[in-house]
Design a protein around this ligand. Structure first.
Ligand code: PLP
Length: 397
């Protein structure tokens, strides 16, 4: 099967660059190659394009242009926000609050800081993946300098109570960072209404190229510089700017935000069709994540008695790309930390399937997938010793 006919349901992993975005950035690889720091005309054009993109990104989240700093992606933004604040405020305190379900770009950064004398509280979440605001309040200490809670989870799609968390952070004079990589372009965000001080985003999750992202830093927030060198990004993040990436990020965010309502309506229809069809027709399947406070394009379902990898391989044979929280696909011996945090036992976490939809997907693709998934689950269960045992035990009673 060629790539054109493939069904791509892994948009939380990455997305193709949108045609409109590609067209916009193309000249910046060839004719418009100027270094934005130089003083001749082609340099001015790069400079102007970059400032336009900064406006586009800023207005997507209700920020000021001067509060947007371009980075090389979501991981870099997360690292900068957390290490930068930790370093700048080390005299004030060394306690950070985050959650157990963050992306590894946040979790591993916090673990790194723990080795350097910082204290980190990892808040638990409920069965839906929601952080409790009361637990957050209880975790606050006089030496707490930063709260980092993701806007929406990349595995189970749960949308966190960001505005409530922001309010608490502001009342206590503590900086609030949110990893909004999965939320930007799908959820309406206003950094002022939500009292967000730092916000991470990434281009390749919303139709811009890989290797570009941004960190919103509220004016006045104390944060150490990330890359020392030239004066780019006000000297905070030195290095000649990735103009094609920056132009692409601006265009992609502007498009995504302008389409948010119509696109979400379409995605929710497809998402709910999949969830309803599977949970009603396939026994021992359950939805992971919150049923309503959920990203419009996220489906995450656990199938008992089977392994995620098996499902992914058989789906791949049918031309469908998806993802799982099972151990083999998470790159470690343990299944997804997110699925374990919402209380799934190991075996149910292993049998999880994540589908993440985007503007490129259609209801026709959804129906094709629904036709294929039942027989695939059935086939894997027929080969599963766990399932055999379950049937035997059930017959006995
Ligand atoms: C993808 C992702 C990241 C990392 O972004 P990159 O641009 O790939 O570095 C961080 N956080 C979340 C929630 C993500 O989904």
């Amino acid at each position: 099967m060629d790539n054109k006919n493939r069904i791509y349901f892994d948009n939380a992993a990455t997305t193709p660059v949108r045609k409109e975005v590609f067209d916009e950035i193309r000249p910046y690889f060839t004719e418009l190659y100027g270094n934005a720091s130089s003083i001749y005309e082609i340099a001015h054009q790069s400079q102007k394009a970059m400032e336009k993109a900064r406006r586009q990104v800023a207005s997507a989240i209700g920020a000021r242009d001067s509060e947007i700093f371009f980075t090389a992606g979501g991981s870099e933004s997360d690292n900068w926000a957390i290490k930068g604040v930790a370093d700048a405020l080390s005299n004030k305190g060394k306690h950070i609050i985050t959650t157990k379900i963050e992306h590894h770009a946040v979790l591993h950064t916090c673990e790194f800081l723990e080795k350097h004398g910082y204290d980190v509280t990892y808040l638990p979440v409920d069965e839906y993946g929601l952080v409790s605001v009361d637990e957050l309040k209880n975790a606050l200490r006089p030496d707490t300098i930063l709260i980092s809670v993701m806007f929406a989870n990349n595995e189970i799609g749960t949308i966190e109570p960001v505005a409530e968390i922001g309010k608490i952070a502001r009342e206590h004079g503590i900086y609030f960072h949110t990893d909004a990589v999965q939320a930007v372009g799908h959820v309406n965000i206003n950094v002022n209404d939500m009292n967000i001080d730092l916000l991470s985003m990434s281009g390749h999750k919303l139709g811009a190229p890989k290797g570009i992202g941004a960190l919103y830093i509220r004016s006045g927030v104390k944060i150490s510089n990330l890359i020392h060198g030239g004066g780019q990004e006000k000297g905070k993040r030195a290095g000649t700017e990735n103009i094609p990436g920056i132009v692409g990020l601006g265009k992609a965010i502007e498009l995504a935000v302008s389409e948010i309502d119509t696109e979400n309506e379409r995605l929710i229809k497809m998402r709910d069709r999949i969830i309803e069809s599977i949970t009603s027709s396939i026994s021992h399947s359950r939805l992971n994540g919150h049923p309503e406070k959920r990203l419009p394009g996220n489906v995450n379902i656990s199938f008992e008695f089977i392994e995620g990898e098996g499902m992914l391989l058989l789906l791949d044979n049918k031309g469908i790309s998806a993802s799982s929280g099972s151990a083999c696909t998470s790159g470690s011996l343990d299944p997804s930390h997110v699925l374990l945090s919402i209380g799934l036992p190991h075996e149910k976490a292993h049998g999880s399937l994540r589908l993440t939809l985007s503007r490129n997907n259609t209801m026709e693709e959804v129906e094709y997938f629904l036709k294929e998934i039942g027989p695939i689950v059935e086939r894997l269960r027929q080969m599963s010793p766990l399932y055999e045992e379950f049937i035997k035990n059930n017959r006995a009673v």
